[in-house]
Design a protein around this ligand. Structure first.
Ligand SMILES: C[S@@+](CC[C@H](N)C(=O)[O-])C[C@H]1O[C@@H](n2cnc3c(N)ncnc32)[C@H](O)[C@@H]1O
Length: 275
């Protein structure tokens, strides 16, 4: 079931922005150092033009009446804002290769499409439709942490996704149309403060020595524990977080983040008989 959602923008929205709750104001102070500095002096008109161009995105409502569930943490997502020409944009290797080279950056590292695909995989999964995904957190390469509500329907096309991410990183939250429900919001680090105590924190890495069958692995976890899955959303390198209890490889081949997530979801769908 879906209901419409529209990104709020323009002058009315700006007035509401003045009423950020205390937590967001603090987050803004702390995080604004790490957002590309040009964003701080944002050209509101240009941003609003981008946002106004975005058609509403619908949200899905899932069944939350279940016991233990899964939380995903996408680490090292490439989501960096910069002013390119006259507009602020999320940098990507295809459209901004020359700009990135000019600023001595490696275009190959700028892959926001990876986090887009990963979010689509998580939120479109039958596991999520069955209400078993409790939360999704994304941490960017620059250290900005944000939460994505499991009932959000992620824009299907990259262009619209990038528009939403741009607005999120500049305004710190995105609401459902006509509601106080924040569908995306920047939150304070570290992510561990939002993770349930009764959870198993599992990191995914092709280079782990522990190669397992994900289906058997999740089946062996006690029924009353929640799962926290930490997956990399960067182009190269690996995740390495202290809070992770166990690093596992789930294939003898390096996979995309999207494929890794698909396997994880399928493992839990089998365990919980979600068809
Ligand atoms: C590093 S990103 C690589 C991104 C890739 N270039 C893409 O387009 O998605 C992929 C992430 O998926 C997970 N992953 C990939 N292959 C894996 C494997 N064989 N076992 C466990 N996790 C894996 C890791 O968390 C890894 O950080």
């Amino acid at each position: 079931m879906t209901r419409p959602f529209a990104v709020k923008a323009g002058k009315k929205r700006k007035r509401k922005e003045a009423k950020y709750d205390k937590e967001e104001a603090e987050v803004m102070k702390e995080e604004e150092q790490t957002v590309t500095t040009s964003v701080i002096e944002e050209d509101e008109k240009v941003v609003d033009d981008v946002v106004k161009d975005l058609p509403g995105i619908p949200i899905t409502i899932s069944d939350q009446n279940s016991r233990s569930g899964a939380i995903f943490v996408l680490e090292r997502a490439s989501l960096e804002v910069a002013k390119v020409g006259k507009t602020y944009q999320i940098l990507n290797s295809e459209d901004h290769a020359n700009f990135l080279r000019k600023h001595n950056r490696d275009p190959a590292e700028y892959r926001p499409d990876i986090v887009h695909q990963a979010l689509l995989m998580i939120l479109d999964s039958p596991l999520n439709k069955a209400g078993r995904i409790r939360a999704v957190y994304v941490k960017t390469e620059k250290g900005i942490l944000f939460e994505v509500k499991p009932h959000v329907r992620i824009p299907r096309t990259y262009k619209r996704f990038a528009g939403i991410m741009l607005q999120l990183l500049q305004k710190l939250s995105i609401y459902a149309a006509g509601k106080r429900d924040k569908l995306f919001r920047v939150i304070k680090n570290p992510v561990t403060q939002y993770l349930p105590l009764n959870s198993r924190k599992i990191g995914f890495s092709f280079s782990s020595d522990k190669l397992v069958d994900i289906q058997k692995y999740v089946t062996a976890v006690k029924e009353d524990l929640n799962y926290v899955f930490v997956v990399g959303a960067m182009a190269h390198g690996k995740v390495n977080d202290e809070y992770v209890e166990d690093y596992i490889a789930i294939s003898g081949y390096p996979m995309s983040a999207a494929w890794c997530i698909a396997r994880i979801c399928e493992g839990l769908q089998q365990k919980w008989s979600i068809l």
